[in-house]
Design a protein. Structure first.
Ligand SMILES: [Mn+2]
Length: 304
């Protein structure tokens, strides 16, 4: 795992159905994400925030809300993430709503093509984010990034990383899913996404889930983690726009992160959908940072 990390703030809620994720980057900084990672011997640079268009808060137009602004924000994210990866650093994208996963992962996929690496994407989320404009009732693009990455969506979005589709659905593993729209469900099955939903985690446990989700990676695999904070149970993490009950507990989430850290393969990370307007005394930001620390190898006891 790289020990040079760059923080990139993307302060926008342009793809969300509730305002406030635009304040996520600063809340993560207030929860000390930088100094805490430095405490683990990691060299951290904070590049500050990207500066994209404001949120006009308009209804959907031909199935999409704010498409032009979403494209601009994702282009900015793509360029920033790609620059860090090309410079041999690990980007951590501080969101911002999850529509930006599209720009981030398009850049990661482009980097993997340049470097001849295999890509594995872990999508930690309550939602599959696999909607299209035909399927989504809301038009909010934060419900569409996975579909766009797999080539289903408007060309302006699917082509941001220079190749359509940016990734194959085979490279994805979704974990923690518990809210999927009816049409989206059908589409997830058609495409054959590998989904470990909450029922699977309940029945088989987080350990077995992660063993499967992390299987068949090798020394040449770049692991990208897209961490939507609504992955967590809302009792633990109330500060998100779309809380869905029945998520992973604190210990399950810790185990998930620790097993990712054990692979030593994580090369990039998105921390998305943190909404300080809905949080309680920055508790959700602090839990997110605590879990990120585990992604970077914090464990309760020293392990040999
Ligand atoms: Mn999401």
């Amino acid at each position: 795992m790289l020990n040079k990390v760059t923080l990139i703030g993307a302060p926008t809620d342009i793809g969300a159905g509730a305002r406030g994720a635009s304040m996520g980057p600063e809340a993560l900084r207030v929860a000390n994400i930088g100094p805490i990672l430095q405490g683990h011997g990691i060299e951290v640079q904070d590049r500050g925030n990207l500066n994209g268009p404001p949120n006009p808060w308009l209804p959907p137009d031909q199935g999409y809300r704010h498409l032009a602004e979403v494209v601009t924000w994702n282009q900015l994210v793509h360029d920033a993430v790609y620059t860090e990866l090309s410079g041999g650093r690990m980007p951590i994208l501080l969101g911002g709503d999850h529509c930006l996963g599209l720009g981030s992962i398009s850049a990661v996929a482009r980097h993997c093509r340049d470097a001849g690496k295999k890509l594995r994407v872990l999508w930690l989320d309550a939602h599959a984010d696999f909607n299209t404009s035909d399927l989504t009732p809301s038009g909010n693009i934060h419900g569409m990034p996975v579909a766009c990455l797999c080539g289903y969506g408007p060309t302006e979005l699917t082509s941001i990383g220079g190749q359509v589709p940016a990734i194959s659905p085979k490279w994805l593993r979704q974990i923690g899913i518990r809210s999927v729209d009816a049409g989206e469900k059908k589409f997830v099955h058609e495409v054959g996404l590998e989904v470990y939903d909450m029922r699977y985690i309940d029945e088989m446990g987080m350990r077995h889930t992660m063993e499967l989700a992390l299987a068949t990676m090798d020394a040449n695999t770049h692991l990208h983690v897209s961490f939507d904070v609504d992955f967590l149970d809302p009792d633990l993490a109330p500060g998100v726009g779309t809380t869905i009950p029945g998520g992973p507990t604190y210990r399950e989430a810790q185990l998930c992160m620790e097993m990712i850290a054990d692979t030593g393969r994580m090369g990039s990370l998105d921390v998305m959908e943190l909404n300080p307007a809905l949080d309680v005394r920055n508790k959700t930001a602090e839990i997110a940072v605590d879990l990120i620390e585990s992604l970077f190898g914090k464990s309760t006891l020293m392990r040999k």
